[in-house]
Design a protein around this ligand. Structure first.
Ligand code: SF4
Ligand code: SF4
Length: 488
């Protein structure tokens, strides 16, 4: 018997037929905060690629740009080169720790307010309201037969879904190329095929996931609720129904007749009606709860109208709930933020951020790498001098051409160098090379040590790169000098 019950539970947990959630409009602090987050995040996403940023004649003027062709990432005044990928890795680690920090402090706030699935679902639900009315009207229309009027409404609504989805996909590709140029090319049919494919895929997924799948994504597809659930503990804030205060539920009429027998919940179902995932928070913690707080707005309104204290549904920790159920006064939710785990995550997060900022602020805009030729490792010339060849990569990370001096360091006196652009007759201990703006210049360099140079004196040496401008930035690359084997 127990086995059967368990298997039923298992099946109902793994699969549930999708039902359309018609959530009711509600106003309140949490709803207004959701509006704010939605407007800010969508504005950032759609507008950012159109912000211009003057970086001079040799660099793109798009404020945020992932320039895959030239392997650069631009973000306002910051320009990340491929060899600086650790900045991106650092940012990703910060984002991960930031999620841990937010979860340990305010539970699943990411899911409730800022997750793209939540933001676009919310937006599509407002579109539903605009075309079909609020909860009851939408539910009625859903059940109504397919008349011409219903078909026209549906087509209009889906057209708006599609326009939003297309705009979403279109905005994404703008981060990877100059936005005005790409828009022009896109509509002329001259953009790269990958641009059309990306827009098509993102339009389709936004249309389907935001327009139709909605809470099903949160409940069945997204792994994050499961991970977050494991990260929550009894001191994390969650949205909770205070059953010790609300039960026994009963209508106002019943409660008026027998106040002692009933709690504060008047069983009006408003908290269920406003829930974007369609759950009943009074049944306890559920994976479908994205902690958006709309049920708090709803219940607080009911409590106000019925003259009862707010907070029957509220943000609280399990510890606070336990204390409150035992008779302690309600604790302000912000107190849950003051605990070691939150401070530790915050400390690690800020230390990482400070480290990245320091590295960003102190990095130079020049870079030099050296690879010695291996085959042959050296050339023994007639006069007894020895020549080695190297490939130098001189990087100029400024948006203007720069003269750079390459000098030998650590070789005995008489050692000289020249490049493919400079004849051996003009060999000298120092050569000046012009590196174009925002480029890595590859240079073949030859180093010659005079006859009689001791092998031990020349084995290790360095190339020193110095920019010949007001910055005078330097970079040193160590390498080796190969000499013929001593026969003695
Ligand atoms: S909104 Fe409040 S009073 Fe109404 S059913 Fe929900 S918990 Fe009860
Ligand atoms: S139960 Fe409340 S907090 Fe959870 S998703 Fe529904 S409305 Fe949001």
């Amino acid at each position: 018997m127990a086995d059967t019950a368990g298997s039923d539970l298992l099946h109902s947990d793994l699969y549930a037929k999708g039902k359309t959630v018609h959530n009711k409009r509600i106003d309140g602090p949490f709803r207004r905060f959701k509006w704010l987050v939605m407007i800010v995040t969508l504005a950032i996403y759609y507008i950012t690629p159109w912000i211009r940023w003057d970086r001079g004649a040799y660099a793109p003027d798009q404020a945020v740009l992932v320039d895959l062709a030239n392997r650069r990432f631009y973000m306002f005044d910051i320009e990340i080169w491929p060899h600086e990928f650790y900045f991106v890795a650092g940012l990703l680690i910060m984002a991960g720790i930031g999620l841990f920090l937010v979860t340990s402090a305010v539970g699943r706030a990411w899911c409730g307010y800022a997750c793209p699935q939540t933001v676009w679902t919310d937006l599509f639900q407002h579109v539903d309201r605009f075309f079909d009315g609020d909860r009851n009207a939408r539910a009625r229309l859903d059940k109504a037969p397919w008349t011409a009027g219903k078909t026209a409404r549906r087509l209009a609504k889906w057209a708006v879904y599609l326009a939003i989805a297309f705009w979403t996909g279109g905005a994404w590709i703008m981060y990877f190329a100059d936005a005005p140029t790409l828009t022009y090319d896109f509509w002329r049919g001259d953009a790269a095929p990958v641009a059309y494919a990306t827009v098509a895929i993102l339009t389709g997924t936004t249309f389907w996931l935001g327009g139709f799948m909605r809470e099903q994504v949160c409940i069945y597809m997204c792994p994050w609720p499961r991970i977050q659930t494991a990260m929550l503990d009894e001191k994390s804030l969650i949205v909770t129904y205070k059953d010790w205060r609300g039960e026994q539920r009963g209508s106002l009429k019943k409660a008026a007749k027998n106040p002692e027998a009933f709690g504060d919940c008047i069983d009006c179902q408003l908290c269920v009606a406003v829930c974007p995932t369609g759950i009943d928070i009074r049944e306890g913690q559920q994976i479908g709860c994205i902690t958006c707080g709309l049920c708090i707005d709803a219940c607080d309104r009911v409590m106000k109208e019925t003259g009862r204290p707010r907070g029957l549904i509220d943000y609280a920790t399990l510890d606070q709930c336990e204390a409150e159920a035992a008779g302690a006064p309600a604790t302000p939710a912000w107190k849950a933020l003051l605990r070691p785990r939150v401070f530790i995550y915050f400390g690690v997060w800020t230390a990482l951020g400070a480290g990245l900022l320091f590295a960003l602020g102190t990095r130079t805009h020049t870079d030099l790498t050296v690879s010695p030729d291996r085959n042959p490792p050296f050339m023994l010339l007639k006069d007894g001098s020895v020549r080695n060849a190297y490939t130098l990569r001189l990087r100029n990370m400024e948006a203007r051409p720069r003269d750079m001096e390459v000098a030998l360091q650590g070789l005995p006196a008489g050692a000289v160098l020249w490049t493919d652009a400079v004849s051996a007759e003009n060999a000298a201990p120092v050569q000046v090379i012009t590196v174009p703006a925002n480029e890595t210049k590859v240079v073949r360099a030859y180093v010659l040590v005079p006859p009689g140079t001791d092998e031990d004196d020349s084995e290790h040496f360095s190339f020193r790169l110095t920019s010949l401008d007001e910055q005078g930035e330097t970079d040193i690359a160590e390498t080796t000098f190969a000499m013929p084997e001593d026969d003695e």
